[in-house]
Design a protein around this ligand. Sequence first.
Ligand SMILES: NC(=O)c1ccc[n+]([C@@H]2O[C@H](COP(=O)([O-])OP(=O)(O)OC[C@H]3O[C@@H](n4cnc5c(N)ncnc54)[C@H](OP(=O)(O)O)[C@@H]3O)[C@@H](O)[C@H]2O)c1
Length: 307
Amino acid sequence: MKAVLLTNHGGPEMLRYGDAPDPTAGPGEVVVDIHAASVNAADYKVRLGSGRSTLRFPYILGRDFSGVVSAVGPGVTDLAVGEAVFGVADQGNEGAYAEKIAVKAAIIARKPDRLGHAEAAAMALTSLTALWALEDTAQLKAGETILIQGGAGGVAGFAIQLAKHLGATVITTASASNHDYVRRLGADRVIDYNAEDFTTAIADCDVVFDTVGGEVQVRSYAVLKPGGRLVWVAAAPEGFQPTRRDVQTLRPGVARDRKHLERMLELLEVGAVWPPEIIRYKLTDAAEAHRVSESRHLRGKLVFEVR
Ligand SMILES: NC(=O)c1ccc[n+]([C@@H]2O[C@H](COP(=O)([O-])OP(=O)(O)OC[C@H]3O[C@@H](n4cnc5c(N)ncnc54)[C@H](OP(=O)(O)O)[C@@H]3O)[C@@H](O)[C@H]2O)c1
């Protein structure tokens, strides 16, 4: 099969389009012929070697995908060859920047016809992350106020829609060119973080969902009311310790499972959420897609159309 191969840690030029062995379906697994795969912020971080990397090169990046089952491993009884499916590679596994992936059947879901492959790939990890963060971890309730940092991004964009659906008042941060976009997603109030300091603009939030990290997370504690919850998926600066003792700091586990993907489909069905803005690339343009992702100012999602 063809795939995007990471040849070493480094810049986007370390991504090469080439040949890789076809995966096979082990016990409990299916092979999916990938139609679309999405780019996540985590991908450029892995490419750069963040964390304690033990990758063996050439390595295939990519977490979420949508496609058609082309092989079924021993013990799989609930999915069949020819079915359209989507999902996220199991924790610690990657490999979606490719024509095929082997994945546990239990953690992927059937893709409804109304959702295109690009849209399904774009929504898989972002929805899983936002659902785990706001429903399972923050347990956001109707009537509460949430600040979602980085509203125009992939995870935050889904989180705005979800928080609104749950009945919360939604405040978000975005640069001016993205204000219309985040308002369309449902934000009640938008702060232009380049022009206004969110720590003085707002106060008494029940929840902050931080998808930006760094100093943004450090400063986010200032807007929480006593008893508030800060839920993060992008890290604070190394060594940072929160000083407030009257709020909770929570990190969602973001386990991969079918239940959360089906929850996303349920929300889609009732019109509570819809696909993000998508910029499409070919796998041969992976380096360019990574440059855009790494700039951290894209709107919505970047998706590879694989076949
Ligand atoms: N399992 C997990 O824990 C998990 C899963 C998924 C993602 N993540 C992490 O979550 C983070 C977000 O991922 P993503 O893929 O959603 O990111 P993304 O789409 O790459 O986010 C980019 C967005 O961030 C906004 N932004 C950048 N700097 C900002 C600032 N100072 N204030 C407000 N907004 C800012 C940009 O909007 P403007 O152009 O308007 O600035 C842009 O729309 C990443 O760190 C990722 O690694 C973790």
